[in-house]
Write a protein that binds this ligand. Structure first.
Ligand SMILES: Nc1nc2c(ncn2[C@@H]2O[C@H](COP(=O)(O)OP(=O)(O)O)[C@@H](O)[C@H]2O)c(=O)[nH]1
Ligand SMILES: Nc1ncnc2c1ncn2[C@@H]1O[C@H](COP(=O)(O)OP(=O)(O)O)[C@@H](O)[C@H]1O
Length: 223
């Protein structure tokens, strides 16, 4: 695959991946593109289906908005919400580069979601769990692997509770997965960088500094 090196962001649910990601995509508009995953989980309030780059022509056709308006409305963290049957169909048809079961739901990255971003010469960002990291390592994607970690389990639990997106059951499943994730992320060689997201500004600066070379390449190519 061509274009700038993709970036895999991983780490426990509630560690702050989408918060950091949104900030990055806002500061560097036109540099990053988000790989919109498929999931069988229910949408949260405010989340919409497939507001990813895959749907740009549809959005443009339906709204007749200028491209810039449509692009600025593209969220960095929505999904293609699908049934288990649809997900299985995509797996069977070899449309996904990886897929995993997380907290009772299926998640997967389609080849086209990455290709759509790369076709525009943008840095493709993937937000995947630790199983996704393992599976992507078996492909030829060659991304930069970054883990976002919370300062402690206690703080993670508090942040997840304060986010008010989870039921008690899904919260407990996320905390169980987080324990495993926090252990595995300490393994040598899994991640290029592990960022502890304690102070948000500091974590953001660290994220930016590891990506600055790729960012500059994309910016230079636009000149
Ligand atoms: N393997 C894999 N994991 C994914 C994918 N999309 C999202 N995830 C992970 O699934 C987990 C749950 O995501 P989500 O339901 O959005 O909850 P949140 O992380 O608590 O906001 C997170 O660890 C994500 O990184 C994907 O396409 N593949
Ligand atoms: N450094 C931080 N300090 C305090 N709260 C944070 C920090 N980073 C993220 N949060 C909050 O924690 C919650 C989980 O963050 P989020 O970005 O949704 O995590 P993830 O995408 O990894 O699941 C959100 O409510 C977010 O506003």
């Amino acid at each position: 695959m061509s274009g700038p090196r993709p970036v895999v962001l991983s780490g426990p649910s509630g560690a702050g991946k989408s918060t950091l990601l949104k900030r990055l995509m806002k500061e560097y508009e036109g540099v990053f593109g988000f790989s919109v995953s498929h999931t069988t989980r229910n949408p949260r309030p405010g989340e919409e289906d497939g507001k990813g780059l895959n749907c740009l022509p549809m959005l443009l056709g339906a709204t007749l908005l200028p491209v810039a308006d449509v692009l600025s409305s593209v969220s960095s963290e929505d999904y293609h919400f699908v049934t288990r049957e649809k997900m299985q169909e995509a797996i069977d048809n070899n449309e996904l580069i990886e897929n995993a079961e997380f907290s009772g739901n299926m998640y997967g990255t389609s080849k086209s979601s990455i290709e759509d971003v790369q076709a525009q010469n943008l840095i493709c960002i993937l937000d995947v769990d630790i199983q996704g990291v393992r599976n992507i390592k078996e492909t030829d994607l060659n991304p930069i692997y970054i883990s976002i970690q919370p300062p402690s389990m206690e703080i993670l639990e508090q942040r997840l509770r304060d986010r008010k997106t989870e039921t008690e059951e899904s919260l407990q499943k996320r905390l169980e997965a987080a324990r495993i994730d926090m252990e595995l992320s300490k393994e040598e060689g899994v991640f290029d960088l592990v960022i502890i997201n304690d102070d948000l500004d500091e974590a953001y600066e660290k994220l930016k500094s590891v990506l600055i070379e790729e960012i500059q390449k994309v910016q230079d190519a636009k000149k």
